[in-house]
Design a protein around this ligand. Structure first.
Ligand SMILES: C[S@@+](CC[C@H](N)C(=O)[O-])C[C@H]1O[C@@H](n2cnc3c(N)ncnc32)[C@H](O)[C@@H]1O
Length: 363
């Protein structure tokens, strides 16, 4: 399918990526190895600083004009001295700018912390820094020693079952998925032509952000949003906002049992990476049973490059290990997995973001 005119060419994106990696390597080689390592380690502290800022809504308070930290502390109900220290640390790391008059403003990157920013990172930061998520990552060592999910060990049940029992954390999780969907949608949806299809089914579609965007580009298609009943119960606003609710059915159920039938496009965004091969095969075989003979299966995943080049999927792979117990995969691993489920992988489509689209058809 042709990319739209808006999509920068892949060679340009790859070249920019290589230049960024080279600059990062050069920056690290400019300091002693232990200092470079300390700076990397402090990333954990910066994540919590971002979490505190996101929870307090500091970026939202800075949306319109530079303000003093005292002013912000009073607006968000925090300690003035500690708020200054937090904002200074964020300024030292390029998220805020400290002006000569003592007021702070948002930098270009800091703008993405605003809750109303298009593709805001605030929901993702609220998940990554959340005390429960933080506790799970604190047990990465357990996952590496055993190969099992640390979250499952800590909560005594698989992480998606746990989400059903913890509405507050579940909301944080679902908001984060919707938030990163905005980025994925911006990058991925223009890379595929959805028009011409009749029934688009988003399996494990969360609150429907991807389905809404796909339907918006395919005015003659209907959609089915399929996820666990508790997640479907919270779906609606995304579909309403995109003006596609009247073409969309919401269905609750488990993809380990069955998925809605007859779709000519099945979407699964960041689903297969949640599961090991055995569970992934159950989901894929259920789709194989349900898909129309001429249907297409599209997996939106951070497909890993071979080897170990810099790629955001490498750390997301550890997130999958710690949480659901799944993994990221390379193109050849997807090809093999899909073949075992009765699909033939036709291509891997690059997007302007780190996410790729793995396209497969019934074999
Ligand atoms: C990583 S999230 C991705 C959500 C969405 N596709 C997106 O990208 O925003 C995984 C989704 O799988 C859903 N899920 C987990 N277990 C499920 C099951 N057994 N049946 C259906 N959906 C399930 C979760 O509720 C969640 O919405």
């Amino acid at each position: 399918m042709p990319a739209t005119a808006k999509t920068p060419p892949t060679w340009l994106i790859n070249t920019i990526g290589r230049i960024r990696n080279a600059l990062g390597t050069a920056s690290r080689s400019a300091v002693p190895a232990n200092i470079a390592l300390l700076e990397i380690t402090q990333g954990a502290w910066l994540t919590q600083a971002l979490y505190a800022a996101a929870q307090l809504g500091i970026a939202d308070e800075l949306r319109d004009r530079p303000r003093s930290s005292a002013d912000i502390a009073s607006a968000v109900g925090a300690d003035p001295g500690a708020t200054y220290r937090l904002m200074r640390a964020l300024a030292a790391n390029g998220l805020l700018k400290l002006h000569r008059d003592g007021r702070f403003s948002l930098t270009r990157v800091g703008q993405a912390l605003r809750s109303d920013y298009d593709g805001s990172m605030a929901p993702m930061i609220k998940l990554v820094g959340h005390p429960s998520h933080w506790e799970h990552w604190g047990n990465l060592l357990y996952s590496v020693k055993t190969g099992d999910s640390a979250a499952e060990k800590l909560r005594g049940m698989p992480v998606f079952d746990y989400l059903e029992t913890d509405p507050e954390y579940a909301k944080v999780f679902n908001d984060a998925m919707t938030g990163v969907s905005a980025m994925a949608i911006e990058a991925a949806v223009p890379a595929y032509t959805f028009s011409g299809h009749k029934l688009i089914i988003d399996v494990g579609g969360g609150h429907g952000a991807l389905l809404a965007a796909a339907l918006a580009t395919a005015p003659d298609a209907r959609g089915v949003l399929f996820d666990l009943p508790s997640v479907i119960a919270g779906a609606g606003p995304e579909l309403d906002r995109a003006g596609v609710s009247d073409r969309c059915t919401k269905t609750g159920g488990s993809f380990f049992e069955a998925v809605p039938e007859g779709g000519d496009v099945y979407l699964m965004k960041t689903i297969i990476h949640d599961w090991d091969d055995e569970k992934s095969l159950t989901i894929l075989r259920n789709i194989r049973t349900a898909i129309a003979p001429n249907g297409k299966l599209l997996l939106f995943e951070l497909v890993l490059p071979e080897g170990a080049p810099s790629h955001p999927g490498m750390l997301l792979d550890l997130e999958m290990l710690v949480h659901p117990g799944g993994c990221e995969r390379t193109p050849s691993e997807y090809r093999d997995l899909l073949a075992r489920a009765g699909f033939r992988m036709t291509r891997v489509i690059g997007t302007t973001g780190p996410m790729s689209i793995v396209e497969a058809v019934p074999a």
